[in-house]
Design a protein around this ligand. Sequence first.
Ligand SMILES: O=C(O)C(=O)C[C@]1(C(=O)O)C=C[C@@H](O)C=C1
Length: 271
Amino acid sequence: MKVAIQGIAGSYHHQAATALFEEATMVECDTFEQLAQSVDRGESQAGVMAIGNSIAGSILPNYGLLQQYQLVITAEYFLPINHCLMAIAGQTLKDIEEVQSHPMALLQCKPFLNDLENTKLVETDDTAAAVMRIKRNHLKGVAAIASSIAASLYDLEIIAQDIQEEKLNATRFVVVEKASQPETENSNKATLNFTTTHEAGSLSRILSLFARKGLNLSKIQSIPIPEQPFLFSFVVDVEFVELQMFKDAVREVKSLTKEFNIMGIYKAATL
Ligand SMILES: O=C(O)C(=O)C[C@]1(C(=O)O)C=C[C@@H](O)C=C1
């Protein structure tokens, strides 16, 4: 089975996809858009895509990609993220003039990076790509932020550990596919996307309905509607005990929304 990820071996996407799919051939993509396209075109049967982080928040453009390519969420996974600063052997913190990493990783390490004076920050396609390039080109004065797995894979030396802003740091990944999978008795979570009418109380009526139907809202995110400046749709994650509860709520909520789309029904994961 081919699984599209953003990044190369040693990236956090690679770790999440390896945990989710025992036997998969990873299709390594430079960007999230390429990942979405790979699944859309059927070049990969599934994709594993980061959608949010406990420190840095939602990766908003990825919500847009799920919509644009009409991908379906079929599973989720929470990966604990412990960032390290690494460089070629012999380099110390004093030698480092440039730090390279994925923008989300840089965001998660802001206080640590703020303390490094006169250090240039460079965004890379993924954490592991930065590590590989530093090793391959034997770059002195340049460090990468990545996992300890990437450090040992590409043989860089760890200079500092656990440099993320908060010790407990995790990224939520979703598995995306072109077509939805039939729901099972294990399905207890769904991601919905809807627009509301522009009236006082329209969102609160929808949220009240979810509450009355026993659905537990675990996330709400507003996302821009393409080509409608400053108009937003809502993406909500709801959890339920029985699928029937969810189906009942969906039947009723449709009359309260303008547009309504189920982005996926799947089994909730835990951290
Ligand atoms: O660059 C990587 O290693 C990734 O897998 C990307 C990514 C992200 O997109 O958020 C994944 C997990 C971490 O939050 C940092 C970076």
